[in-house]
Design a protein around this ligand. Structure first.
Ligand code: BTN
Length: 279
C-alpha cells in the first residue's frame, strides 16, 4: 500500500514529477497539467487536431464540463481525484477502436489493485466498480480517415481521495479509493503505476499480442458468465455474457440460445457478485 504524499497539497500529478518517475514513458514526454479545464477529452481532441503526437497526456485538477458516455456529466471536486485523457494514434483499423477502452479499463483495474489491494471490476463497456459502486469511468472518442483511425482520445475519471460520505445523492452508487480503504492514496503514485501498465499493455496490442489484454479484461470483468439486461433503459432484453472479442465487443447468448455481439450500449448485471468478490 503506497501512501507517499497522499492527501497532501503537493500530490499534484505535474509533468515534471511524472517525467521524473517515468523518464522514458510514451505517456510522459508531452504532459499538460491544467488547474481548471472544460474537459480533458475536449482539450486532447483539440491537440490531436493540431497534430499533437501519440502519448500526449492532458490532466486537470477540475473540469467545468466533464463528460461521460451517453450525454452524461462527470462530476468531481478539484484536486482530489484523477481526471485525464490520453491521445493515441494506433495503426489499427476502425473496428479495433474499442480495444483501447478495454486496454485502459484493464490497466486501471490492475493499477488500483497494485496500489491498494482493492479488487475493482470492469462493467462493460467502460465502468470500473468496487464493491458494487462506481469508482471510475472511461470515455473513448475518436476520429477516422476512411477505415483507419486518425486518433483516439481515452479519458478517465477516477475517484481517488474524494470522500463521498457527504454526497447523499452519490454515496449509494459511487465510491472512491479513500472510501474503500479508509486512508488517502497518492494520485501521483497511482497515475504513474497506471501509465506504466498502460504502456506495457499498449505495446502488446501494437505487437498483435492483444490476447493478453483481453484475458486480463475477462479476469477483471464483472459481467462474464452473468445474466444481464441489455439496454436497461430501453428495450430490455435478457442475455448471458460469454466473453469479449478482440475489438472490445461483448459476446452474448440471448434467451433461446442465439449468439450475438454488442458493440456499444449499456448492460445491467442481474445477479451481481458479492461485494469485494472478483469472480
Ligand atoms: C462515463 O462513466 O460515462 C465516462 C466518464 C469519463 C469521465 C472522464 S473525466 C476525464 C475525461 N474528460 C471528460 O470530459 N470525461 C472523461
Amino acid at each position: 500500500m503506497i501512501q507517499d504524499a497522499a492527501g497532501k497539497q503537493d500530490d499534484k500529478p505535474l509533468p515534471e514529477i511524472l517525467r521524473e518517475r517515468l523518464p522514458r514513458s510514451l505517456f510522459t514526454h508531452r504532459v499538460y497539467h491544467v488547474p481548471v479545464l472544460g474537459s480533458t477529452n475536449s482539450r486532447a481532441k483539440e491537440l490531436a487536431k493540431r497534430g499533437e503526437a501519440e502519448g500526449t497526456l492532458v490532466i486537470a485538477e477540475k473540469q467545468t464540463e466533464g463528460r461521460g458516455r451517453l450525454g452524461r456529466q462527470w462530476h468531481s471536486p478539484a484536486g482530489v481525484n484523477l481526471l485525464f485523457s490520453v491521445l493515441f494514434r494506433p495503426p489499427l483499423s476502425i473496428d479495433r477502436v474499442f480495444s483501447l477502452t478495454m486496454l485502459v479499463a484493464a490497466s486501471l483495474v490492475d493499477a488500483i489493485h497494485a496500489m491498494s489491494g482493492l479488487n475493482a471490476l470492469i462493467k462493460w463497456p467502460n465502468d470500473i466498480y468496487c464493491r458494487g459502486k462506481k469508482m471510475a469511468g472511461v470515455l473513448t472518442e475518436f476520429s477516422t480517415e476512411g477505415r483507419a483511425i486518425e486518433y483516439v482520445v481515452v479519458g478517465t475519471g477516477l475517484n481517488v481521495n474524494w470522500d463521498l460520505c457527504d454526497q447523499p445523492e452519490l454515496q449509494h452508487s459511487a465510491t472512491s479509493l479513500i472510501n474503500e480503504l479508509g486512508y488517502p492514496v497518492s494520485r501521483v503514485a497511482l497515475l504513474s503505476c497506471f501509465l506504466e501498465l498502460l504502456e506495457k499493455n499498449y505495446r502488446l496490442i501494437l505487437m498483435g499480442k492483444d490476447a493478453f489484454v483481453r484475458d486480463q479484461w475477462n479476469r477483471f470483468s464483472m459481467v462474464i458468465g452473468r445474466d444481464v439486461l441489455i439496454d436497461p433503459e430501453g428495450e430490455k432484453k435478457k442475455a448471458t455474457v460469454t466473453g469479449i472479442d478482440r475489438n472490445g465487443a461483448l459476446l452474448i447468448e440471448e434467451e433461446g440460445g442465439r449468439a450475438s455481439s454488442l458493440v456499444c450500449g449499456d448492460v445491467q448485471v442481474l445477479f451481481p457478485s458479492l461485494p469485494g468478490n472478483r469472480g
